[in-house]
Design a binder for this molecule. Structure first.
Ligand SMILES: O=P(O)(O)OC[C@H]1O[C@@H](O)[C@H](O)[C@@H](O)[C@@H]1O
Length: 290
């Protein structure tokens, strides 16, 4: 990638840690090369849509707390080896920026990550993963995983979107009514059936078996639509007070001010990608003032 458009500036908020700052007529945004990670997206005329912890570390190998972590090729703990990083390695590696264009109505970025010695030690498969990000009045993020090896691989994944909200008590999430879920809060696995909109009370760590889009209504302030594609599960997560206190990279009072709604394929909705094949997981986020 040689030249960046005028609206994109390369910054280094920490040593050896490049972050692209976008200042465009349609939005302001920040995207880290680490994890191909959208850290900020503020469409023109709106407040920031994504939550980013002011205590997040910016260091290779450490996931950013907030924005949109790309969790791949596994979601949650590794299925058989708990010494491997939670939510896979994609969010903890530097990706290569291969394209960045001002398209007029939006700015488009494309990142790649290919299998190497480090990834093979964690996951014995050949791949090329591509993250495409379109930043404008809408935010599009897609993860395409190409199988470049000779055998199939099985993946789970999430676009782990942290949405900033006025307060957990003031929101409801529509679109998941009628779905079954598994509540993982407190380390338990309690099945449930969702009736009506989701409300956040205490720790919520639910995996919904749902392909539906969701709509977050935040008080009388705004609604955020989370559209998705290639996703058999939706995760809704808020750590609640106790779990939040155990997370070293989150300020004490911040947990009520975000909720994660994640386009995902979790264990139980794994995707098998044949050799030469690929899978696309995509989310599109739009925001409107109520
Ligand atoms: O702290 P991490 O690894 O970023 O994960 C945060 C949360 O991510 C959610 O997607 C999981 O469902 C939770 O179980 C997990 O606690």
């Amino acid at each position: 990638m040689s030249e960046l458009p005028a609206c994109v500036r390369l910054t280094h908020p920490a040593e050896n840690y490049p972050v692209l700052e976008i200042d465009h007529a349609s939005c302001r945004a920040k995207v880290a090369l680490h994890g191909a990670h959208v850290m900020e997206w503020t469409p023109a005329g709106h407040d920031p849509v994504l939550y980013l912890s002011p205590k997040t570390g910016l260091k290779e190998g450490k996931a950013i707390r907030g924005g949109i972590p790309v969790c791949w090729p596994w979601f949650g703990p590794h299925p058989t080896d708990s010494s491997k990083p939670a939510h896979g390695f994609a969010r903890a590696r530097f990706w290569k920026l291969v394209d960045c264009q001002d398209e007029g109505a939006s700015v488009e970025l494309r990142f790649t990550l290919k299998s190497d010695e480090h990834t093979r030690a964690l996951w014995p498969h050949e791949f090329e993963a591509i993250v495409e990000i379109r930043l404008g009045a809408e935010l599009h993020v897609s993860l395409t995983s190409h199988n470049t090896g000779t055998g199939p691989f099985v993946e789970t994944a999430a676009l782990h979107t942290y949405l900033t909200i006025s307060h957990v008590d003031a929101i409801e999430i529509a679109g998941l009514g009628g779905s079954t879920f598994l509540e993982k809060a407190g380390g338990l696995n309690v099945p449930g059936d969702q009736a009506g909109p989701v409300r956040i009370v205490g720790e919520v760590d639910r995996v919904y078996a749902s392909t539906a889009d969701t709509v977050l209504t935040d008080d009388d302030k705004r609604t955020i639509h989370i559209h998705k594609h290639g996703s058999g599960s939706t995760v809704v997560w808020n750590p609640g007070p106790e779990k939040a206190a155990s997370l070293g990279d989150l300020p004490a009072g911040d947990y009520p001010h975000f909720v994660c709604i994640e386009a995902a394929n979790t264990p139980g909705a794994e995707v098998t990608v044949p050799p030469g094949g690929h899978h696309v997981l995509r989310t599109r986020i739009t925001v409107a003032r109520s």
